[in-house]
Design a protein around this ligand. Structure first.
Ligand code: GLC
Ligand code: CA
Length: 558
């Protein structure tokens, strides 16, 4: 993905949280873990682009509800829905103007309630997106806050004490945008003013920086709880929390932000113990001890994760036919994170998301997409599939920015269902669509892949079923790296739980590869669960793995 300025900023924020690692050792993790997470497989839906039920060119909640049987058949058990609330949509809905109301273009609160209920009937839980750190500048709270007269909302946002404050250490500042004689701190784009959760270490020379327990920050916290309660009570099963690590400002060791989430988790464990939170933090060793059930690895913050599927400068990705980049680049980052979070929460490895271009499918053959999916769906933690990645959809290059998408826009195009008009996304004239459908003649579709036993969709289906059927492949099953070829492939890892042992071997490259497994791998038989039948062989020297180009194998050790 092109690292635009806001993303660099997010990366800096995330990096400043690294110091929190120390906290991970000291903090007590919550013990309550909703049982349904163990075998969950999530699916991210960008509501604009999934399915348009009323022909206005934009996806909506009824469209999602209509397509739930598709997700159910695929084996999906959780949905993360990007923001679907009232908004001027200058950042695709991450600029909320009413946290309690579904945006009319998507339907009504009743439609969302119906989606929750129908999903639950099919065994699917729905998580909403909690944009905790900021609102739209059109939000009535901000409109009141920016007024000259003191009012209930005066301290809900972060204001300097004069409009002539044009800079603030480590913060952006928006000057001249308000009635009151003050500048405000935005959280992301300039029209997303930061809600005031206070400063961990207020600067005595900047008296406008309020401590976390000042009345304004306390009121904002309570309101955030109200928002969560409102949607939990309507049937939401949790939230993905936007920019979760950056709520409290000037929080160099991150302790104050962690304490906030710890308090929220204790409240959830008491009142909503079956609900869960996943953070956009990308510091699992920090986020999980703070109270999150799951934390994402994300390309802007975790170079080892980014290297899996996406190029960095001249470096090819790890999952690439060249075989140039070793899986060690990822494992050196991942293994310590896994050790630090074991038994406390889950690392979520996404196939992609609405902020990430190119998509997994770009530049990969069907078989190469399959090897990547085999990895994602057999690793520990909780996998998240970005809509369309299960059919290897491509992101489009060179689209003009839509709703603040910029370089992210191409990864947000409509889902490709079938061979009908607009790939079955919408009956609107194609120039009315939210974003264009991939114009490629051979674009992948759900219908074509359902009919093809060798499709990526059918493989994803089989791998998800496998994951749910085997304790060793669950979120908490143990993980161990068994073999990494020096400077190459294969890569073999082991998952174990409750006496069950499963081996996964991967070769994403264009060359076949072969390796002798370490002697400690003892088995009388390797029962094939998925992939290459001939991959695991036994000879006088013990067990060997032989993998053709772009192939994998999942076996159960007997
Ligand atoms: C997160 C979202 C992104 C949004 C930003 C500001 O990074 O994933 O889409 O623009 O936060 O809310
Ligand atoms: Ca619509």
């Amino acid at each position: 993905m092109n690292h635009n300025t806001p993303f660099r900023r997010a990366a800096v924020l995330a990096a400043s949280m690294i110091a929190l690692a120390q906290l991970a050792q000291g903090a007590e993790a919550s013990t309550n873990m909703p049982a349904w997470l163990e075998h969950s497989v999530f699916y991210e839906i960008y509501p604009q682009s999934f399915r348009d039920s009323n022909g206005d060119g934009i996806g909506d909640l009824r469209g999602i509800t209509e397509q739930l049987p598709y997700l159910h058949d695929l084996g999906i058990t959780g949905i993360w829905l990007n923001p679907c609330f009232e908004s001027p949509f200058r950042d695709a809905g991450y600029d909320i103007s009413d946290f309690y109301k579904v945006a009319p273009r998507y339907g009504s609160n009743d439609d969302l309630r119906a989606l929750f209920a129908e999903a639950r009937r099919l065994g699917i839980r729905v998580m909403l997106d909690l944009v905790a750190g900021h609102t739209s500048d059109q939000h009535p709270w901000f409109q009141a806050s920016q007024r000259h007269e003191r009012n209930k909302y005066t301290d809900w946002y972060i204001w300097t004490d004069s409009v002539w404050t044009w800079t603030a250490p480590g913060q952006q500042v928006v000057v001249g945008g308000a009635e009151r004689d003050a500048s405000y701190i935005p959280n992301f784009f300039h029209f997303q003013p930061a809600l005031n959760y206070g400063f961990a270490e207020p600067d005595p020379k900047a008296p406008w920086e309020q401590p976390v327990d000042a009345p304004g920050p306390r009121a904002v916290r309570e309101e955030l709880k109200n928002i969560m309660r409102f949607w939990f009570d309507l049937g939401a099963s949790g939230f993905r929390v936007d920019m979760a690590g950056s709520l409290v400002k000037n929080d160099p060791d991150g302790k104050a932000t962690a304490a906030l989430w710890h308090e929220f988790r204790q409240w959830m464990d008491k009142e909503y113990p079956d609900c869960a939170l996943v953070s956009e933090w990308s510091q699992p060793q920090v986020a999980i001890p703070s109270g999150f059930h799951m934390d994402f690895l994300l390309p802007f913050a975790k170079p080892g994760y980014k290297a899996l599927f996406r190029p960095e400068g001249d470096a090819k990705p790890i999952f690439d036919r060249s075989g140039q980049t070793s899986i060690k680049v990822f494992l050196d980052e991942f293994e310590p994170l896994l050790a630090a979070t074991k038994g406390k929460g889950f690392i979520a490895i996404p196939s992609g998301n609405h902020d990430t271009a190119p998509r997994l499918g770009n530049g990969r053959t069907t078989r190469e997409v399959d090897v990547a999916m085999a990895f994602l769906l057999t690793m520990p933690g909780v996998p998240f599939i970005y809509y369309g990645d299960e059919i290897g959809m491509h992101s489009l290059n060179g689209l003009p920015s839509k709703e603040g998408g910029y370089g992210r826009t191409g990864a947000r195009t409509p889902m490709q269902w079938d061979a009908s008009t607009n790939a079955g996304f919408s009956t609107a004239p194609s120039e009315k669509l939210y974003l264009p459908v991939d114009p490629a003649a051979n674009r992948p579709t759900v219908a074509a892949q359902q009919a093809d036993p060798a499709s990526s969709l059918n493989l994803a289906h089989a791998l998800i079923a496998l994951r749910k059927a085997h304790p060793a492949l669950g979120a908490s099953g143990d993980y161990e790296t068994v073999f990494v070829a020096k400077g190459g492939w294969p890569f073999v890892f082991r998952r174990t739980k409750d006496g069950e042992e499963i081996l996964v071997a991967l070769n994403p490259t264009a060359k076949s590869c072969e390796a002798a497994l370490p002697r400690k791998i003892k088995a009388s038989e390797m029962q094939l669960l998925a992939g290459e039948a001939i991959a695991f062989r036994h000879d006088a020297g013990g067990w060997r793995v032989v993998l053709p180009p772009a192939s994998f194998a999942v076996v159960k050790v007997k």
